[in-house]
Design a binder for this molecule. Sequence first.
Ligand code: GDP
Ligand code: MG
Length: 739
Amino acid sequence: MNGHFAAVGNGPSAQQYEHGIQVIDEDKSFNTHLNEYMIETRVAEAGFNYHLISVFGSQSTGKSTLLNALFGTEFSVMSESERRQTTKGIWMSKNKKEGANSGGSKMAENILVMDVEGTDGRERGEDQDFERKSALFALATSEVLIVNIWEHQVGLYQGANMGLLKTVFEVNLQIFLKDRQSQTRSLLFFVIRDHIGTTPLSNLRNTLVQDLTKIWSSISKPQGLENSKIDDYFDFAFAALPHKILQPDKFIAEVERLGTRFTTGHRSTKDQEFVGGVFLPEYHRRIPADGLSIYAEGVWDQIVNNKDLDLPTQQELLAQFRCDEILREVLVPFDTIIGPLEEQQAEATRSGKTSVLPDLGTTGAATREKCVKAFETQASRYHKGVYTVKRTELETKIDARLKALYQGQLSAAHKAGVTAFSEAVTHSVKAGQKAGGSYEFAEIVEKQKRKTLDIFKKEAQSLSIPGVAWSNFKPQYRLFETELNEVSARLRKEEMRRLAIRVERWVKSRLGDAIGLEFNKLGSGRGGTGAPEMGEKPPTEKDLWDRVWNAFIGIVKDAETRFGDRAKSFDATPDEVQIGLWRLRRKSWVALRERIDEEVMESNILMKLRENFEDKFRYDEEGVPRIWRPTDDIEGIYTRARESTLGLIPLLSRFRLMETYAPPDLPGFVGVQPTGAEPEDEEDLAPIGGVDEEEGKSLEEEMTVLSESKRQDLVVRFKKMADGVYVEAKRSAIGGITQ
Ligand code: GDP
Ligand code: MG
């Protein structure tokens, strides 16, 4: 950015603008307070709706007087008696007759008039330099150039005015050399002063046009513009005014008439003739009013430093400067609204909370729209290319912030949604359990999922801005949906766990009864309690394990049905069901093993053996208790009964089926581990010999109920106990005789 654009001085605070403002002073410095004046006169806010006029002419030809009369300005004029130059540099003033009804038609709005210091034809040198510079400046900015000229100067080709016009033409070509695409033209408005009236205006006009053509052909044209014609760049208008002092009334009347021409006009499409006033759209330099001071400053800087005046570059620089300024301005209200929301979100993140901001979508979209619109309204008046780039920059800036904010919002909504979902499901399950356990898990999950997804969808939709690609949050919605499904699966797994625990408990209780029953049968020497029913094959001790195994299988099958049905009711996948059943079979086996261990605990099994032995020893074949007599073969009966019971111990020691004399097919029953049974699942699963082969325990070991040492111990203890019974029987037989 050129430094000269940045210069915004702090001038005298109470500047008086009644005489307008001196844009360029006698030292050729630019007045940095010009924009202040533009704001004060409210032209700054007018966009393109303003007009700029400059006046040219020799010194003391009544230029300032004319402008004051025409536009109500208060440029200082030379007093009648002193006769010395008054206007220094370039002054500007806003038309003070705006809205004044002069001759039925109003003047255009926001006319700015520049009074340019005149040159004295007699003095040259330094003056000529300023003349050239001020002409360049005026041409670069003004739509209409008033050329003030005495009637008696018309036709005097050598006159000072002609020199001035030559300068104007030359600098104009210089500008156009750099700015060929520009369609901008200017109006040279000749105001002929002290018109006596003997020569009609039309004659004067012809003379002037001839002179202008001559001047045009005499100037050296830059390469590429050799064949250009004067009316490629200029339109001409003419007016004549009577002598101000000699014919004051007529002067005033004519000035008033002249004023009516300062309205907007256009070129007739039929014959290209002017219709309406002097301000044709094609004269306008298209510098927005709020950028005029910066533009003028840049232009003047180029001129004063004798650089080639490059208006397109100046316009681009202006656009960059102003667009940046406007961008900063429109970001202020954006910041005011969005800033605190960003802060709130960041604060929530810092403190680990999830904060879903209410109405964020509405607020965000409205703020974005307002911001972009405000930028568009002001900045679109500037250089299109620059504006487009800066607009994109603005959108990128605010969209980056909104995007971050929206993504934060959705991740908060995501977290909140997941929590709400699993809480709602857990709560409903608990309520169902309290109300007797009849609840449909799958239904609960489905309902809560729909509800939670709906809330998220509404939030995502409310954040979407039509036509803005980044605000499409469908992927986030899908992500959320996926996570809900994962949470559902986890909750389902927990529900499966609860179900498994319930079923395992049921298995244990059933096993407790059934296995107890089978072992109790050991207590009877005939392998059963009481007399067998008719037609029923009397159970024998030898098929104990067959009965245990069959009871076990029956119970587990029942349990599997219960588990499977229930699991299916809450949409468990076939895989999940398979895993559950596999675990159930394993755990059931472990429960059976524990139950058997309980049965064969020394005190328990010793009692069963004693009952078995006593049943054989004390009762005869008909089940009638024996009354021992000394003649009885107590010893023989004792030995048979003892040996028979002792024979049970090896049977009890190993879980073997009668027919095959081999362990049951436990591995086949449990089945292979289904894929997907996660490692964590096995934590509570003790290894089973023969099933989990790598655990180093064989099926044979798994099926060992009593170890060798326990077995021997049991034999010894049982024998002792049996001996006791025998001695007692012996005693009672002898005792029976003595009685
Ligand atoms: P500027 O230097 O061109 O701005 O001229 P001024 O407006 O300061 O006027 C210079 C002198 O010309 C003043 O003394 C005015 O009174 C006088 N003057 C102004 N208008 C006219 C006019 O229409 N005819 C004549 N002859 N003198 C005028
Ligand atoms: Mg003057």
